[in-house]
Write a protein that binds this ligand. Structure first.
Ligand code: UDP
Ligand code: MG
Length: 313
């Protein structure tokens, strides 16, 4: 199978990336110059407080293939990507970060694979010295937890740097999930997928927008969006405590019937109460997490709000 290339949209979410945009724009333009097909660079300003929007406006004046959407506030990386996906005009969509960690030089390989018939081309970050040990460790844990507890399989080191075919884009546009987790969604939709490795660079300028707290809630969102497995832990934990209570009953009966001692053990009672209390609270927390998601989803608010946009027809 060999497909003819079509219009390409490159979606780049930006939160305070004024220092990176110009360089990324130049590199992308260079890489895409060799294709005769029309393309658009669609920047999504996710409520930046620096001069990201001014930098974008200057670029759009000089190059009408550059478009932007500006969200009314910070909606988060995933929502910014969704806003870009919804607005993209191309039949081939590539999503990537603004900070040059996703090298534009990988794009020609992605397009080649698309021509060979793949509908989703994912990228996997190769382990290298440029990643901080902290990032490596947190990312390792993230994927381990995700894959142990959720029902979709996500490749370790996967990034939101991928090519999506029109078929996939149409499905994603229909998904109006409040807590969107694109890495899981793209694994879930199916179609012909492939992974390619890439060597991540260090961030070109600025600092990471993913704090430890954000990463934790990202992981939680990923797990709870694709699985109800944590809810079943209650059954397992109930079994454990039931066995423990049987053992306690047998022990107490033995002491009472076969020894002269009184059944002692307020310490074990205290331990048992706190262990049980903690378990109940944990399960309540987990149920609460799902209930909260349901609550947010049922309000049916718009996924993001566009404040302003610049898109040529
Ligand atoms: N980003 C965004 N909104 C956010 C957080 C991040 O649009 O709330 C963008 C950010 O500008 C960048 C990409 O998402 O283009 C990935 O963020 P970052 O590079 O900070 O994450 P890291 O690579 O450190 O995981
Ligand atoms: Mg980055």
């Amino acid at each position: 199978m060999h497909r003819q290339l079509k219009d390409i949209s490159i979606i780049i979410p930006c939160l305070n990336e004024a220092a990176c945009i110009e360089t990324l724009y130049k590199e992308l333009s260079q890489v895409l110059a060799s294709y005769s097909y029309p393309y658009e660079l669609l920047f999504v300003d996710d409520g930046s407080t620096d001069n990201t929007l001014e930098v974008l406006s200057i670029i759009t004046q000089a190059d009408n293939r550059v478009h932007w959407i500006s969200l009314s506030r910070n909606f988060g990386h995933q929502k910014a990507l969704k806003a870009g996906i919804d607005a993209a005009k191309g039949q081939i969509v590539i999503t990537m970060d603004a900070d040059m960690q996703h090298p534009p030089t990988v794009i020609p390989r992605m397009l080649e694979l698309w021509q060979e018939g793949y509908d989703i081309i994912n990228t996997v970050r190769m382990e290298n010295h440029k990643c901080s040990p902290f990032k490596k460790l947190t990312s390792q844990w993230f994927y381990r937890l995700m894959n142990a507890w959720s029902e979709v399989h996500i490749v370790k080191g996967g990034a939101d740097f991928r090519l999506l075919d029109d078929k996939v884009i149409r499905v994603l546009r229909e998904c109006r999930e409040e807590s969107l987790f694109l890495r899981g969604m793209t694994a879930w939709v199916g179609f012909r997928q492939i992974q390619i490795p890439y060597e991540a660079n260090v961030r070109y300028a600025g600092e990471t927008k993913y704090s430890l707290k954000k990463m934790f809630s990202f992981a939680l969102c990923g797990i709870t969006s694709f699985s109800v497995r944590p809810l079943r832990w209650a059954v397992g934990l109930a079994g454990f405590f039931a066995l423990l209570s049987v053992a306690e009953i047998l022990y107490a009966a033995y002491i009472a019937c076969f020894t002269e001692q009184a059944v002692s053990g307020w310490a074990s009672l205290a331990i048992l109460i706190s262990a049980l209390g903690a378990t109940i609270l944990l399960m309540l927390g987990i149920i609460g997490e799902y209930l909260g998601k349901l609550f947010m989803q049922c309000k049916q608010r718009p996924e993001y709000i566009i404040k302003e946009k610049y898109m040529k027809e």
